[in-house]
Design a protein. Structure first.
Length: 255
């Protein structure tokens, strides 16, 4: 009996030691903040997104330090995630948690942005492409709008990107498009507060930027604009009044 009791005590001690090793105090800190958003996700989705969130913060010391300096920013990021209907699952690459000015921000990727705009019914289709100086590219605005792009893939290795363009298909099948030169893209990059993200994923950020510019001429719900513009609000700073006026006009027309 004594031996069995000793074994039981040893087993219990081992279990307690194992549990203490597994519990990371940082996980508790993160859980205390994110659990406030649980009702927005539902139990199952919250468990998944919390795991992705936890992995992102625990595997990036700088990101975790931004969280420590502003814990509520993580809660806001998770609220935005729930509102978007996207996932932090790194397999899909729809969105990420990124550091910005002592806070954690939800950054929606180009892939996530196009999915969001299509899934929520804003657009029938939307995409963006880069144009090289070796490509055939012709665009016209006015009474006879058109955009022609014929890539020359065989010469792109020795060519430079001259511009980016985005095309959106509305639900009435009308197409809208926007073109931005590489110089215009770089101006946005220089104003951005997430320059490290631009350096790592320039092409994706450039495509997002030209889509954002395109959306200025399309009626988009305010919460969608806030979500997709969350990672770089400076670009849209001077457009807020115009956006609100356009929404009011559209609502009056519908009524």
């Amino acid at each position: 009996m004594a031996n069995e009791n000793e074994k039981a005590i040893i087993t219990t001690e081992k279990t307690e030691i194992k549990e203490s090793v597994q519990v990371d105090p940082r996980s508790i800190m993160i859980s205390e903040i994110t659990k406030k958003t649980k009702n927005l996700f539902g139990d199952e989705n919250y468990k998944k997104e919390f795991t992705f969130c936890l992995n992102a913060l625990l595997n990036n010391d700088y990101l975790f330090n931004q969280f420590k300096s502003n814990p509520d920013s993580l809660r806001n990021a998770m609220i935005n995630l729930a509102s978007s209907g996207l996932t932090l699952n790194p397999t899909f690459k729809y969105c990420y948690l990124v550091p910005r000015k002592n806070e954690v921000t939800l950054m929606i990727s180009y892939k996530g942005m196009t999915k969001l705009l299509i899934d929520n019914g804003t657009l029938k289709d939307v995409y963006a492409h880069e144009v090289y100086d070796c490509d055939v590219f012709d665009v016209s605005f006015g009474t006879s709008d058109y955009l022609i792009h014929k890539p020359n893939f065989s010469k792109r290795d020795k060519s430079k990107i001259t511009c980016y363009y985005a095309v959106a298909t509305l639900h009435n099948n009308i197409k809208k498009y926007e073109v931005m030169t590489i110089s215009e893209i770089n101006k946005i990059k220089n104003l951005a507060t997430t320059k490290n993200v631009w350096e790592s994923w320039f092409e994706e950020m450039a495509k997002k930027t030209v889509i954002k510019r395109l959306l200025k001429n399309i009626t988009v719900s305010e919460y969608i604009m806030e979500l997709i513009n969350n990672d770089n609000p400076i670009e849209f700073k001077n457009e807020e009044v115009k956006k609100e006026e356009k929404i009011e006009i559209d609502m009056e027309f519908i009524e």
